[in-house]
Design a protein. Sequence first.
Length: 306
Amino acid sequence: MNILLTGAAGQLGSELLPLLSARGKLTATDRSKPPTVAKNWVELDISNGSKLERLLNQIQPGLIVNAAAYTAVDQAEDNEETAFHINAELPLQLATWAKRNSARLIHYSTDYVFDGTFTRPYLETDFPNPQSVYGESKLEGERALELAGCEYVILRTSWVYSSHGKNFVLSMLDLAQKGLSLKVVDDQQGCPTSARNLALASDAVIAAWQEPGFDAAGGVYHYCDDRSLSWYDFANRIFSYAVEARLLERLPVLTPVSSSEFPQVARRPKWSVLETGKINRIFNIQPASFEGSLRTVIDQIKTRAK
């Protein structure tokens, strides 16, 4: 099977590379090369629709995994056109091609499609009400796949982190290593998710698709790791494990603050915990351990720092 992976240099894409390479003939693409590249690498800005179309027609993928996204939440407020182009128009182009060529598509969305007013985990069927341009653009991307009518799975996830790229874990460690006192929001609740675990969930979906007679069971699914925390609690765990791993010499001074004390350009949902029962029932995918996953990422960061 020919496979196309977009966004291959990002947090998720880098984790998907080895998994997808084992599933078929992989072509990976992004604007810049990741540290470890696929055999078939194409350096491509996927916002260029005509070049993307030529690539699709050239390689004829039976599976498209779209890990490309505009994820700069605050910057999206001032770059609405770019956010919608990458997060909505690109998925529509991929889904339209997939429908026309009988290909399957895996796409990723976000907890930010919800407004955060719930106090229970969000179901896939709960009404989305994004409060930011980023959330609106990702929801429009979801609707684009449904509109195109191709065979697809959308994985909504939350608070993705890894040992590389730009994420909360690396930002917190960088600030702590500079000896700064930190203030972190304690009234936003979500589920930190390792990019590696999200990639493994994606691979499990593909494996199920490849089973003879398996009903594709397309649609929207939630995947996140097994613990809900505030950003403040998340930061505490990061620093605690970093000290244990001797990545930090001591715990930094950490102060909890409310969202109103830490204003950001884009509005965040105060509650964005995702219910993962559906993906467990259909694909037998269970949430991975937050504790173990964060420790693994801290160890990877320490190894890279040597």
